[in-house]
Design a protein around this ligand. Sequence first.
Ligand SMILES: [Zn+2]
Ligand SMILES: [Zn+2]
Length: 62
Amino acid sequence: MPLDMRDRCEKCEQTLAMNGEAFICSYECTFCADCALAMVHTCPNCRGELVARPKRKVKGDV
Ligand SMILES: [Zn+2]
Ligand SMILES: [Zn+2]
């Protein structure tokens, strides 16, 4: 798995589905949608903006 695709929310440690909704800042801090919303889309670590992570196409998922 590439380093830039973390599978756990850094705040609540909820597992994030690779093809599910997740938010990431420019320093690759990764959060679930619930935490991103709760933090008003601002990363608590670097104060960067959290943007929706591009969903990855899953093999066999058409
Ligand atoms: Zn979370
Ligand atoms: Zn960050």
